[in-house]
Design a protein around this ligand. Structure first.
Ligand code: NAD
Length: 256
């Protein structure tokens, strides 16, 4: 059980972040949800999640593209025992056409945010002699695809940051690992299906199997529940000596 532990999950009002938040709350952790918006529905989502699992859940807005806001998120939470760096965006374009502002935004949100939140969270973890840092990287943290230069560079960077932080905290009761999902059916991915159906002139099932999951040998999406379960495992005593590594949840993608 994670009762008595406080978890900050960045980018968690949707998709994988919300799935991880749900799994941590179900395991008894206090949870801080986050995104860059500050709408009534964001706070309502936190209240609903907390009520369902009987744990305190707060929503704290902070823009993960800004270093100072990343650090302020951890401070406003009151520190954290579990830090899940999940916020991320994607943009697809040939490298020589890649818009500079998109490159900068992807590097900031997908990579630098984890540097800032980790730096802010570590002193509190060290003081308690316990901490778990879980970075949501990607199969694209271990392999590449054309036209995804910023995303692939940022996610490889997350894997490098994960290993480095793990070495700096080794033996202090703190672990740092990366989860590398393959394709997960989140609202982000769901939104791409109609466009892909049109482009390839295929029905939904065929475009999912033959196009979207072409590199995922299982030909099945991973689920946000499975990513949540992996995060809970990394926070459990069974994973006390699991550090500085990656766990792929990708239906065999990186085995190819
Ligand atoms: P999503 O769009 O559903 O979720 C992204 C979350 O990040 C949202 O809550 C969004 O509000 C938040 N976010 C975006 N910009 C932000 C900012 N500037 N500040 C704070 N929050 C911000 O997408 P998802 O698929 O759930 O992706 C979550 C993470 O998982 C990302 O890091 C993504 O790269 C990674 N991932 C996703 C897949 C997949 O197939 N869906 C596969 C591998 C890795």
């Amino acid at each position: 059980t994670l009762s008595g532990k406080r978890a900050v999950v960045t980018g968690s009002n949707s998709g994988i972040g919300l799935g991880v938040a749900e799994a941590l709350a179900a395991a008894g952790a206090e949870v801080i949800l986050n995104s860059f918006t500050d709408r009534p529905e964001d706070h309502a989502l936190a209240a609903e999640l907390g009520a369902r699992h009987g744990v305190p859940v707060r929503y704290i807005p902070a823009d993960m593209s800004k270093g100072a806001e990343c650090r302020a998120l951890v401070e406003k939470a009151g520190g954290c025992d579990i830090l899940v760096n999940n916020a991320g965006i994607q943009f697809v374009c040939a490298v020589e056409e890649f818009p500079v502002e998109k490159w900068d935004a992807i590097l900031a949100i997908n990579l630098s945010s984890a540097f800032h939140t980790t730096a802010a969270a570590l002193p509190g973890m060290r003081a308690k002699g316990w901490g778990r840092i879980v970075n949501v990287a990607s199969a694209h943290g271990l392999t590449a695809s054309p036209f995804k230069s910023a995303y692939v560079a940022a996610k490889h960077g997350v894997v490098g940051l994960t290993k480095t932080v793990a070495l700096e905290v080794a033996g202090q009761g703190i672990t740092c690992n990366a989860i590398c999902p393959g394709y997960v059916l989140t609202p982000l991915v769901e939104a791409q299906i109609p466009e892909q159906m049109k482009v390839h002139n295929m029905d939904r099932e065929t475009v999912i199997r033959e196009v979207m999951l072409q590199r995922q040998p299982s030909r099945q999406f991973a689920t946000v529940e499975q990513i949540g379960g992996t995060a809970v495992y990394l926070c459990s005593p069974a994973a006390d000596q699991v550090t500085g590594t990656t766990i792929s949840v990708d239906g065999g993608w990186t085995a190819l």
